[in-house]
Design a protein around this ligand. Structure first.
Ligand code: 2P0
Length: 325
């Protein structure tokens, strides 16, 4: 039977991926670092069938729109090429991720799709090969193959064979709390794909990003190695703010922040002034992730949940890599 089901967790970047050097192969301008989360995920079933004349994509129990269906089909074309087959597939995905509001839904989606589609065709890819394949659906998806703390090396090659993620620390080796704070649930104005392209092409600050991101990455890796939360938090927050600064310099400018974003950011600064070690990171959307130590997570939760714009908070921890169901 040409059918398989896989589950992938999403990930939150500690050092951000922002900008591509090759849009077709999803090759990034810079290396990045993430934590795979335990609470947000995608479960995808892929069944190839000889009688189909096109792919059919079900997303959260509804037939997906044309643009999402096309992305899935283009991705499956790569898989069909690898397997030298031309069957079409029924793909059905269940996404337990707040989609398109700055939570990386495409990361878990393409990681799960890569795993399920290749297993359905009995391709037997290893994790490195899966990471390279998933990357070609969405850059951040290459990190969701693995659990725990994950680095995506940008690579140098034009064919992308060395632009791949790998685990630097398993999920159980250092427990941190990542509070996923929702302040707005609307679809974002500028998709990250367009936002990063515009930033690379027009922002005068993008060079400053490229000049410092490797240093940030090294600091973050060293902090993880010695389990120093304070120094990890510092560089993570600074790196996120720096990414947003590059976007503010784009033409036209891109500002993902909303009132609730500022509110949470300011409260976290207030918590720090009271001696609680907490830091924020913000992706291409208004929502905020707050990082803290597990012993502080309830205090941080109870403080942030009272803020007027905060709709809900999910407390996450480092989660596992791909699983097959
Ligand atoms: C990241 N983001 O490192 C960065 C930080 C958003 C901000 O990866 O065009 O959906 O599909 O490769 O992976 C979101 O971008 O973009 C993202 P594509 P992707 O997590």
């Amino acid at each position: 039977m040409m059918k398989a089901t896989a589950k992938a967790n999403t990930n939150i970047a500690l050092i951000k991926y922002w900008g591509k050097r090759d849009e077709k192969l999803f090759l990034p301008m810079n290396s990045s670092l993430s934590i795979t989360l335990d609470k947000f995920y995608t479960i995808t079933t892929v069944e190839f069938r000889k009688e189909l004349d096109k792919d059919i994509f079900w997303f959260n129990n509804k037939q997906a729109n044309k643009s999402d269906s096309n992305k899935v089909s283009r991705f499956l074309d790569n898989v069909r090429n690898l397997a030298s087959v031309n069957f079409h597939a029924v793909v059905s995905s269940e996404n337990v991720v707040p989609t398109a509001a700055g939570f990386a839904s495409s990361a878990s989606a393409f990681a799960a799709l890569a795993a399920a589609s290749t297993k359905a065709l009995d391709l037997k890819l290893n994790e490195k090969e899966l990471s390279i394949l998933a990357r070609q659906g969405s850059g951040s998806a290459c990190r969701s193959i693995y659990g725990g703390y994950v680095e995506w090396k940008k690579g140098e090659r034009e064919d992308g064979k060395d632009s791949v993620a790998f685990q630097i620390l398993p999920e159980h080796d250092w427990n941190l709390s990542i509070l996923s704070v929702m302040v707005a649930s609307s679809q974002k104005a500028v998709p990250s794909r367009d936002g990063m392209k515009r930033t690379v092409e027009t922002s005068p600050f993008y060079n400053g990003w490229l000049q410092t991101v490797d240093k940030d990455l090294e600091k973050a890796k060293e902090a993880i190695r010695v389990r120093n939360f304070e120094s990890l938090g510092k560089v993570v927050e600074a790196n996120a703010l720096k990414m947003h600064a590059t976007m503010l310099g784009a033409e036209p400018p891109i500002l993902y922040w909303q009132s609730g974003t500022f509110e949470v950011f300011q409260e976290v600064q207030e918590l720090r002034s009271q001696g609680i070690s907490a830091f924020v990171t913000i992706d291409a959307g208004p929502n905020v992730k707050v990082l803290c130590m597990p012993q502080d997570e309830l205090k941080v939760y109870e403080t942030i949940i009272t803020l007027p714009h905060v709709q809900n908070i999910t407390i996450c921890h480092p989660g596992s890599g791909l699983t097959y169901i």
